[in-house]
Write a protein that binds this ligand. Structure first.
Ligand code: ADQ
Length: 513
């Protein structure tokens, strides 16, 4: 079966290459969606909401923020382009103040491009479904990072209950005929089947934003059959890369009564067919965008002054604080770099922007302390005068605040131990309008399949990692330009609009079974 799958995926890649035409834009996607969906709106379901209203306890002011989430980064531009309704957990402490009587509001604020419907969860629901089953169970199950998944029966019961709650909230919104529903991620493995039970006419796609493990790894999960069964309620399941699709087909083949069709790339169970495809997710991309869309130069100058970065070689890392992102490994590599190449002490600064996430989970709580301690220790080891090797900025940043850091960075480090795609790599490349800079990218990310002109590393190998930093800071300008130009072209061609267009085209082409 693996051989047949491999042959098919090679021919698919070839045909995708043939189809490349001009760049996809917001308006092109809008036209395609109108052509494919007519006046039907698109429904998106995700755990994380695109806008959160949070109370600043110190000042009493409420801020509307965009959460640090790859799913939000990717899906938001699509709904801005084509409108629709996005159903998500209202997780902000001031969220209830900003919805109407139907729990809805128009977003972006003052622009109203689409509707956000907030679903409210109790503390107990959030604990069981989000922190527990999703992030202590499924998240480590799907990432090869040697963190043990924890499955508790009470979390599973709540997870099912919350999937049902989202289903009910969605069903209230659906129009009379053939709605299109696009579910995001591992928080909603049961939703596809639940929707189809009530609305067999709906077309349902699920996009899985994290890796899919091998059947050996997946069968650790005590609820494996229910999860696969729930997912196979969908008409289409998307993963970032072919390898995750192959793992999924293998898993369904081995763990469930089902038939896998390696020609069509589908799974048939109880006469229901589910198609499985790779859609590498991406960002908007600034290539081809008007040059003056956003000028970051003043902001860069301000940051250089504020943080004493004038005349420094600057590296950047931008992450949610998560053990999958390899932040600890990165700090060890930076340490080794300064040990091995002392001439760079006082000349290179690594800026780490880090947004705390899932802090109620012990593993995340411990990781935050571990990073704090490590940064402090390494800075103490090397600091000379006002120079410190690591500038650690631990907070949430808006996209506009992150952009000048990318633009000014001579190199960017993405060192995930395992990552479905990793959008930070693509954001960095997209922001380097001058074709300068080097990307150090873990070979364990989905992005490494596309961005082959990055310096690819094994994040577990401190020596190799330290040498990659040396290679990045020493890289001649011509080589930077050649590599960066090629990566920018790839991100521009495979931007988020093309990603959405491919999924919508495939979903609308399916006949209901
Ligand atoms: P994540 O693991 O959340 O998502 P990643 O692709 O790393 O996603 O993107 C993180 C996003 O958060 C980026 O847009 C980044 O700019 C932003 N961000 C990071 N640090 C921030 C900070 N300190 N403040 C504010 N914003 C910050 C999952 C999968 C990924 C997959 C995405 C999309 O784990 O593999 O790429 O979904 O499918």
């Amino acid at each position: 079966m693996s051989l047949r799958v491999a042959r098919k995926s090679i021919s698919d890649v070839a045909s995708v290459k043939l189809q490349r035409e001009e760049l996809w834009t917001e308006s092109k996607l809008r036209n395609l969606i109108h052509a494919k969906l007519g006046d039907k709106v698109l429904f998106v379901v995700s755990n994380r909401e695109p806008y959160m209203h949070v109370l600043d306890e110190a000042t009493g002011a409420v801020h509307c923020i965009r959460p640090a989430s790859g799913v939000v980064t990717a899906i938001h531009p699509i709904l801005c382009a084509c409108g629709g309704t996005w159903i998500a957990h209202g997780g902000g402490d001031a969220d209830r103040k900003f919805v109407n009587s139907k729990d809805k509001l128009g977003v972006p604020p003052n622009d109203d491009r689409y509707i956000l419907k907030r679903v409210w969860l109790s503390k107990q629901e959030e604990d069981g479904y989000y922190y527990g089953f999703s992030n202590e169970g499924l998240w480590p199950l799907c990432h090869n990072t040697h963190t043990r998944p924890i499955f508790r029966q009470e979390d599973w019961e709540i997870y099912k209950q919350v999937n049902r709650k989202f289903c009910d909230s969605l069903l209230e919104e659906l129009p009379a005929t053939s709605p299109f529903i696009f579910i995001q991620d591992y928080h909603f493995t049961l939703l596809g089947k639940m929707i189809k039970e009530k609305r067999p006419d709906a077309k349902v796609a699920l996009f899985w934003h994290i890796p899919w493990p091998t059947p050996e790894a997946f069968q650790i999960c005590p609820y494996q059959k229910d999860i696969l069964d729930g997912m196979l309620g969908c008409d289409l399941i998307g993963f970032h890369v072919q390898n995750h699709c192959n793992n999924f087909l293998d898993t369904a083949n081995r763990l469930l009564e089902s038939r896998v069709d390696t020609e069509k790339f589908s799974v048939i169970r109880l006469e229901k067919e589910t198609f499985v495809r790779a859609y590498p997710i991406s960002v908007k991309s600034h290539v081809g965008a008007p040059a003056l869309e956003r000028d970051t130069s003043l902001e860069m100058e301000r940051l250089r002054k504020e943080f004493n970065l004038q005349d420094m070689v600057v590296g950047v890392g931008v992450d949610r604080i998560d053990y999958t992102k390899g932040i600890v490994e990165r700090i060890h590599a930076i340490d080794r770099f300064f040990e091995k190449y002392p001439k760079y002490r006082g000349k290179v600064v690594f800026v780490q922007l880090a947004s705390p996430s899932r802090t109620h989970i012990k593993r995340y709580h411990d990781l935050i302390s571990e990073i704090d301690e490590l940064v402090e220790k390494k800075n103490w080891k090397y600091m000379e005068g006002s120079w410190k090797p690591i500038l650690y900025l631990k907070r949430h940043f808006s996209a506009d605040e992150i952009a000048p850091f990318y633009a000014m960075a001579d190199f960017c480090i993405v060192s995930s131990l395992h990552d479905g795609m990793n959008l930070v790599a693509k954001e960095y490349v997209s922001e380097k309008r001058d074709n300068r800079g080097a990307l150090i990218l873990s070979q364990f990310t989905g992005a490494a399949r596309e961005l082959v002109d990055a310096i690819l590393i094994n994040s577990y190998s401190t020596e190799e990692f330290a040498d990659s930093i040396f290679q990045a800071v020493e890289m001649p300008v011509e080589e930077q330009a050649r590599r960066m130009e090629s990566m920018r072209m790839i991100v521009a061609e495979n931007n988020i609009y093309r990603w959405a267009a491919n999924i919508i085209t495939d979903l609308t082409a399916l006949k209901n079974v």
